[in-house]
Design a protein around this ligand. Structure first.
Ligand code: PEP
Ligand code: MG
Length: 592
């Protein structure tokens, strides 16, 4: 019998293959001590092993740079930096000298200590770094123990689906994309460094599956649907049929990408809809364009800081923003100020572990507490306003005062640019992300101070329902169709209309057909989604009538449960739309 597992979509695409479990793990190290005379020798061996790891990582970095570009290649920097980290090097050498442990055992002890310190936080970005630390640990230990890299896929005929507890950037860089059809892991998040690399290379991936390693056996057939975050082991006839249908659909869409990109984004009854893209990296801008994005609705700028040991300089930031602004000349590009903390953690801020990082020092709170660090970003964005319709978006706003303080900082930076004779466009817009119930409830007040609203439903759902967005166990409870969320969307949209400012949705729900239909029904006619979802979304938009969407939204607003909301929408959206994703995750029952 087939086994279906639901996790999180981390890299779009659908594929099948045979399971190959990756035996990548920390090797066991025998407990050994050496004679006093061999201590220096062990210290030297440790140094050699670090050197070997560095060479290999630099080689993988160069390979990644050649394949994907310099930004992606920087993903290796944290590990390379860690090789020389005082706490790693001095700590290990101390154990060798003080307790005469072998280099391998001393290094293992030190790593265990560091991991224990880091694990005390629930912050996913720290956990991603933990993942980097483990990768480094395996690499150095294997060298010290004289073990070879176990990652040899040469005996396979391609179509390998790699199944692992978690992966690392350096493992992804070693895979040959022609051989590896897809990836499925127990842990990991969409923001894991390796998941970003998988996306860039077009390898489908599902993360957070919980126990796929335990349930899968080597050689078993498996389907991986990276669009909806589903894995099917030992697929039966029905699973294969669904797979073929979905694959054909995705292929057709891929073939039609350019054609669909040229089509007007307008509902069947003539309502124009602005479909923009969310960007995680500037290199994705070209793909976003090819997929028909009418601008960038959310440019996440954290790629500039995560994994770096210092804030990037103004020129580097300016070039990144300018590049995207120019790629979308004439179309709006919404650049979000750094959303640090929560699940995005830069090492140079030395943030102490927080019990509840998503309720902690995050986004605009960090920005206002550390203005000197963020002035550089404000200046770089202001400079980029000359090269396109650049708009500035503030994350996680709770009240008016925060917007006023950001505006004041921007005005000071404007003065500075004027003094230095550096041009910028004074007419840029400053808006807020509505992603907390506080902001949604206080939207009327915020609208007096903001030029636009962008509703971040990923966070709005998390904060409204008290469901951690990164917790795989709670995935079924993370439901953007919950009546409390629908009502907030409705009221924020109404407030924005009354104030005459644009309102858009840039959370993942906008990429789902029912989510987009709901937004249209609430008269939110600007949506921003991950670029691979754009063609399908445009087809949905062109298929539906805004009048039907409004009627469905009225019914959804009167519904008592998330399921009733989804059913109200599903009944009106028409048969052309694929609703299978909702069935498994949120138990939507479809009319036959
Ligand atoms: C959101 O919260 O919906 C959003 C788009 O921002 P992020 O996912 O980066 O937090
Ligand atoms: Mg958010």
């Amino acid at each position: 019998m087939s086994v279906t597992l639901d996790g999180f979509p981390a890299s779009e695409g659908i594929a099948w293959g045979r399971v190959r479990r990756i035996p990548w793990g920390v090797p066991s190290v025998p407990h050994e001590v050496v004679d006093a005379g061999r201590v220096d020798h062990e210290v030297a061996r440790f140094s050699e092993a670090r050197e070997a790891a560095r060479e290999r990582l630099l080689e993988l970095k160069a390979r990644t740079e050649a394949r994907l570009g310099p930004v992606e290649a920087r993903i290796f920097d944290p590990q390379i930096l860690m090789l020389d980290d005082e706490t790693v090097v001095r700590g290990t050498e101390g154990y060798i000298r003080d307790t005469r442990l072998t280099a391998a055992r001393a290094f293992e002890w030190r790593m265990l200590e560091l991991k224990a310190q880091w694990t005390r936080t629930a912050n996913p970005m720290v956990l991603d770094r933990l993942n980097d630390l483990e990768d480094l640990q395996v690499r150095v230990l294997r060298h010290l123990l004289g073990q070879h890299d176990p990652l040899d896929l040469s005996d396979t005929s391609g179509d390998v689906v790699v199944v692992a507890p978690n992966l690392t950037p350096s493992l992804i860089a070693q895979f040959d994309p022609d051989q590896v059809a897809a990836l499925a892991t127990d842990q990991g998040t969409r923001t894991s460094h390796w998941a970003i690399l998988a996306r860039s290379q077009g390898i489908p991936a599902v993360v957070g599956l919980g126990d796929v390693c335990r349930k899968a056996a080597d050689g078993q057939e498996v389907i991986v649907d990276g669009r909806i975050g589903r894995v099917v082991l030992d697929p039966d006839e029905r699973d294969w049929r669904v797979f073929e249908e979905r694959r054909t659909r995705i292929r057709l869409l891929e073939e039609e990408v350019e054609e669909v990109a040229r089509l007007e984004s307008v509902t069947a009854d003539g309502q124009p809809v602005a479909l923009r893209a969310n960007l995680d990296l500037p290199v994705e801008a070209d793909n976003a364009r090819r997929h028909g994005a009418a601008g960038i609705g959310l440019f996440r700028t954290e790629f500039l800081v995560v994994g770096r040991n210092a804030m990037p300089g103004e020129e580097e930031q300016f070039q990144a923003y300018r590049r995207v602004a120019e790629a979308f000349d004439g179309d709006a590009v919404y650049i979000r100020l750094f959303d640090l903390g929560g699940d995005k953690f830069p090492s140079f801020l030395h943030m102490p572990p927080q019990e509840n990082p998503f309720l902690g020092w995050r986004a605009v709170r960090v920005l206002l507490d550390e203005p000197e660090l963020f002035r550089v970003q404000l200046r770089a964005i202001l400079r980029a306003t000359v090269f396109g319709d650049v708009r500035i978006m503030v994350p996680l706003v709770n009240d008016v005062e925060e917007v006023q303080r950001v505006r004041a900082l921007l005005e000071e930076e404007e003065d500075g640019l004027r003094r230095d004779g550096i041009p910028f466009n004074r007419g840029y817009k400053l808006g807020v992300m509505v992603e907390t119930p506080a902001a949604a409830l206080d939207a009327a007040e915020l609208a007096r101070h903001a030029d636009f609203f962008s509703i971040g439903t990923n966070d709005l759902v998390q904060y409204t329902l008290a469901v951690d967005r990164t917790n795989a166990r709670l995935a079924r409870l993370f439901n953007p169709f919950h009546p409390s969320v629908v009502r907030q969307l409705h009221s924020v949209a109404r407030v924005a209309r009354a104030a005459g400012i644009e309102v858009s949705v840039c959370g993942e729900m906008a990429a789902t057909s029912l989510g987009a239909f709901l937004c249209l029904g609430l008269d939110i006619t600007a949506l921003s989604v991950a670029w691979p979802a754009l063609p399908e979304l445009k087809k949905v938009v062109r298929d539906v009538r805004i009048e039907d969407a409004r009627r469905a939204a009225r019914r959804a607003l009167a519904a008592a449960t998330a399921r009733d909301v989804m059913e109200a929408l599903a009944e009106s959206i028409g048969d052309a739309v694929d609703l299978s994703a909702y069935v498994g995750r949120w138990n939507l029952s479809l009319r036959s």
